[in-house]
Design a protein around this ligand. Sequence first.
Ligand code: ADP
Length: 435
Amino acid sequence: MFRKVHLYLTALCAGITTAILIVMSLLYLYLSEKELYENQFRSFQNDINTIATSLEQQSVISMEWLSKMEARGGYTFYALDNGIPFLYNRLTNLSESSEIRGLLENCLEIYRNNYADSYVSDTDGSTPFNTCVHTEFPYNPTGRQHEYYISIIELNRGTSSMQLLVLSPLDFLREQITRQRVRFFLIDIAALLLLTLFSFFFTGKLLQPVIESRKKQTEFVAAASHELRTPLAVILSAAECCRDAEAEKQSRFLDTIRQEGDILTSLVNDMLALSASDTQRFTCRPAPVELDTLLINTYEAFEPLAAEKKLSLSVTLPEESLPLCTADADRIVQLLSILLHNAVSYTPEGGRIGLSLSHKKNRFYLTVSDTGIGILPEDRKKIFDRFYRAEKSRSAKGHFGLGLSIASEIVRLHHGTISVADRPGGGSVFTVILP
Ligand code: ADP
């Protein structure tokens, strides 16, 4: 299921980012191409200005000069002297009815129809003496965009007039633009591949916590069912035996049922507490509390249980008075009870359990130490996991490996830390630090 979601998210993420990239690329291409053509048109106009000024200043227009100008700008010139094709016209000499010739004639036609107020052949002597005007415009004979820029320069000297048509093909610019488009296309393809790879890893990382939480949930359900099975099986078999047993034996079976029922209740309560913490319903109502008073109360509550197991329980408090701690008193008692309950359960008869409180650098240090079976270094991290029980403590009845998970949840709610260490001389020490 997660594989499908992963692929779907990858496609979605890569698709959206690539679509944005393509739109941006197209926009950039559009603007840059527009600017290229505009710049080219401006530079063409500047060239024509220079040519027109030189033409105006020359009394005799030399063929050599015309051909030099033509070669320099990569242009094609077509000149009319008083409406008659000029001797210079290279193209007209090459082929009278060539395509280019038709093109040039066509340009003149357009110019006459759209731009020229008076065409040279219409000159009737009213044309102003010694004038030079020029007009530039784009020309697309086949209907495609950006084929040529055209300029018509009209030079009038008294009654004689000359027209120079300058044709600037835009092939090189179109080639440059095509190359730019291909480059962008290749960059976009590469970006698409990279974005797909990135999206795959990115969404994989995003899904990781969901996958882990799902895995934990499945493990939790499996472990919970496993833990529930044993007391239930005992209850069912005790109930079965109770039915056929003699009256005096029945009470023993009923006691067993009651005991297992209590164990089940505590297990279900623990599971409910953890489920509440998962759904953020595990509440904590902090208020100023006297931790030393809480410690003494818990000590007193556990004293009979410790005595029953022949354990000595002691409490150590600092001599100076402590500041109030902002904490949920009920949760702190629950936390201390879990630690003390474990200490009592995992310490053999004759052992010692110590409860202590100290205050350093604005922090409260709560410790529960015992001279019990101790915890192996490889188990120290795992004991805070749900349903985890170290090998040597598996035989303890009524323990399901949930106590420390609840304890660490309480500590987390108080923004504190919980850790475990070896007690010098054997046993373990749990330390809770509260800010
Ligand atoms: P449990 O209900 O099984 O005690 P906990 O989450 O409280 O569950 O503890 C997890 C495991 O950590 C225990 O099963 C035990 O192996 C180990 N443990 C906890 N406290 C102690 C202790 N004081 N001494 C030795 N082992 C301990």
